[in-house]
Design a binder for this molecule. Structure first.
Ligand code: 8YV
Length: 323
């Protein structure tokens, strides 16, 4: 098989870089780093394979990549790519679904605990030397076990979150998804409802759905207004699903007790964002899949996908779209 040109646009473990370099010419350049952007743009016209994530490969950039055959994304989310444009250009797209499901579901449940039990706020109180007496009622949190969890998006991650909540914390689950999903382990424990009903019935609402042009801005003033007074909101999917002004208003008007967010409309979260310092918001820096084990597994899977695709073979993670 001929050696091809591969552009790696997010850092890979050295052994995986070596695995690619054993078969192809490799250039490493992360365009999010100002000093590496020129090298990325210089390599793009030759690139037949791209591997990386967290960078929008726009139509303008793809115009500069006439030799491109496949993008292997180290992610489950593919909102950084215009899949229809890739189809038109005959560029294949692979991603890493399934590999990060459990880790991301763990993070989501941690978000629920942080928001409900005020864990980060109270840990900060100790760290800052403000634990001077028994914690009073004004600092109490709210129970998680037994509360109704509403999940918007019932794919792999939503189902994994439901398993944790229903089986581990006796939480009734209501979910909204375009499709009826059968999960044998959750038989009788989950109910599919229209989205408005999920928002009305849930004590805690979690977003686990993909960002598409249909779901962009999904959670606005109307949707937060449907939620129970004192509800908890967590987002571990994509920030752009939420109209952040509406979220802040819901928090300030008391509709929402608290929110825990791992993703934001702009990332890194701008210093001036009120979400960074709001007293009832727990912000995390998009660490949903960020464990040593899972990020290694994602990188391995993306490498396997890339090598298979460039060899004209079916990748381990089925193509999202093949040329
Ligand atoms: C990471 C993610 O942010 O997989 C996704 O869609 O959002 C996270 O896993 C990133 O994509 C890892 O490269």
């Amino acid at each position: 098989m001929s050696r091809k040109n591969v552009l790696v646009f997010r850092a890979l473990p050295p052994d995986l870089l070596e695995r690619i370099a054993a078969r192809h010419e490799v250039t490493v350049a992360d365009p999010r780093r100002e000093e590496e952007l020129p090298r990325f743009l210089e390599a793009l016209p030759r690139a037949q394979g791209l591997i990386g994530s967290s960078f929008p490969l726009t139509a303008e950039l793809l115009e500069r990549a006439p030799a491109l055959e496949v993008i292997s994304s180290i992610s489950v989310g593919v909102d950084n790519y215009d899949v229809e444009d890739l189809r038109r250009r005959g560029i294949g797209l692979c991603h890493t679904p399934g590999v990060l499901t459990e880790t991301t579901a763990d993070t989501l449940f941690a978000l629920i605990l942080c928001a409900s039990r005020r864990l980060v706020e109270l840990s900060t109180l100790v760290r800052e030397g403000r634990w001077t007496r028994n914690i009073g009622e004004e600092l109490f949190g709210w129970d998680v076990h037994g509360k109704t969890l509403g999940i918007l998006g019932f794919g792999r991650i939503g189902q994994a979150l439901a398993r944790r909540a229903a089986l581990g914390f006796e939480m009734p689950i209501v979910y909204h998804d375009p499709f009826e999903v059968q999960v044998p382990a959750l038989a009788g424990l989950v109910t599919r409802l229209p989205m408005d009903e999920v928002l009305r019935q849930a004590d805690i609402v979690a977003l686990t759905l993909p960002l598409t042009e249909t779901t962009r801005g999904l959670m606005g003033a109307r949707e937060f207004g449907l939620m129970k007074p004192g509800a908890i909101f967590v987002n571990g999917a994509r920030g752009a699903l939420v109209q952040e002004d509406a979220l802040l208003a819901a928090l300030d008007q008391g509709t929402l007790r608290a929110a825990a967010l791992d993703v934001f409309g702009k990332e890194p979260l701008p210093l001036e964002s009120p979400l960074r310092t709001h007293p009832r918001v727990t912000p995390l820096p998009h660490i949903g899949s960020a464990t040593h084990e899972t990020r290694r597994a994602m990188a391995e899977r993306a490498t396997e996908n890339l090598l298979a695709a460039l060899a004209g073979e079916d990748p381990p993670s089925a193509y999202l779209w093949r040329r």
